[in-house]
Design a protein around this ligand. Structure first.
Ligand code: PLP
Length: 368
């Protein structure tokens, strides 16, 4: 058996012995500083224990409460949606568009108008840069301003992606990042909340550290959480973030390899940057298989790849099709559903070597 090629393994190569001497300084604050300078010191960043926690904090700070409606992208990882439920609020799912696979601005505006007509203005919008591809940000930001609805930008998969010269994560009223182990930068589990003001960061820190009031003793007037990032994670994050450019280069090269390799296969379509305004981080290289009976064929292909110890994955199954969320409203057509049916994520991790790529592409070509 050949060695396993995982879908998206990130590389952790730090020298703990030397790095650990810096444990006496507040490494979490140091990591936050590196993230803030990554965003050209335009942002205040809180490091937390997961991307999910960061979304939850963003919703709390947006005032999302029981019974509120939150508009969100249907084609995403479930972590985008769960915190809405933690707040006892109601997700309203929005379809994708075909250019970036992200939230469709037309359906978004239509949903807002319809929800207002039905008697309730949505409290927040959560949109995603799926697989590292920036969404149609200008359009979505304009809609959030027009209707004065808070915008939360789930950039969990998009660290290092750029839209019109500005880094993803910096566009919303809040942005979030994930440093889960399969993301481009890993802290072995972690995330960040990107805030526009110092005071919002202070407030999110309060909630992330069990909502302890200012008194000398432990006084509590509100429910808080245990969401802070730990020091070891932050230490790993500091080192990893310095290598981001190399990791981005690698993912772009992997994507380039696949595109080139399947150039002559008209049935293999790539998720492509729609114009120079969009710079993906190519977290995962994704394709659509333009075939009849695509689901059956895709399953067979996945079996073959599995036999060869190569890990591939379906695209995220749209949230409006998930049994757990079936009661919530959905605005859109079949774009997300169609992407789910045809789509496949190819191995894209930072540990992949040239031989692996050849092995993967040979295996898929032979099958096709
Ligand atoms: C990874 C991810 C998150 C956050 O996940 P955590 O595992 O909680 O860090 C949120 N949204 C999307 C789209 C993601 O891919």
């Amino acid at each position: 058996m050949q060695h396993k090629i995982p879908l998206s393994e990130s590389l952790i190569d730090i020298d703990l012995k030397t790095s650990f001497s810096s444990i006496d300084i507040d490494v979490v604050a140091e990591f936050e500083k590196s993230l803030e300078s990554f965003y050209e010191d335009q942002k205040s960043v809180l490091a937390v224990n997961s991307g999910t926690s960061a979304i939850h904090l963003a919703l709390i700070l947006s005032g999302v409460e029981k019974g509120d409606e939150v508009l969100c992208q249907s084609l995403t990882y479930v972590a985008t949606i769960n915190p809405i439920i933690y707040q006892n609020a109601n997700p309203i799912f929005i379809d994708s568009e075909n250019d970036t696979w992200n939230m469709c601005p037309i359906q978004l505006e239509y949903a807002i108008i319809d929800r207002i007509l039905k008697g309730k203005k949505p409290k927040a919008i959560v949109f995603v840069h799926l697989y590292g591809m920036p969404a149609k940000i200008d359009e979505i930001v304009a809609i959030s301003r027009k209707y004065n609805i808070i915008l939360i930008e789930d950039a969990a998969e998009a660290l290092g992606a750029v839209y019109k010269g500005k880094k993803c994560g910096a566009f919303g009223d809040f942005g979030i990042l994930s440093f889960n182990n399969n993301k481009i930068v890993s802290t072995l589990g972690g995330g960040a909340l990107i805030c526009n003001t110092r005071s919002r960061k202070r407030k999110s820190f309060f909630y992330a550290t069990r909502a302890k009031e200012k008194e000398r003793h432990y006084e509590h007037k509100l429910i808080g959480y245990n969401y802070r990032m730990n020091s070891l994670g932050a230490l790993i994050g500091i080192t990893q973030l310095k290598k981001l450019d190399a990791y981005l280069k690698k993912r772009r090269a992997i994507n380039g390899f696949y595109k080139e390799s399947f150039n002559n296969f008209s049935e293999v379509l790539f998720l492509k940057e729609p114009s120079v305004d969009f710079v993906s981080n190519h977290w995962l290289s994704c394709v659509l298989l333009d075939l009849k009976e695509v689901t059956v064929i895709k399953c067979k292909l996945m079996d073959v790849l599995k036999e060869n110890n190569i890990e591939v994955r379906f695209l995220w199954k749209p949230m409006h099709l998930q049994p757990i969320f079936k009661e919530y409203p959905y605005y859109g057509g079949k774009v997300a559903e169609n992407l789910f049916q045809k789509g496949l994520c190819l191995p894209s991790g930072s540990t992949i070597i040239k031989n692996d790529l050849n092995r993967i592409s040979e295996c898929i070509k032979k099958f096709l």
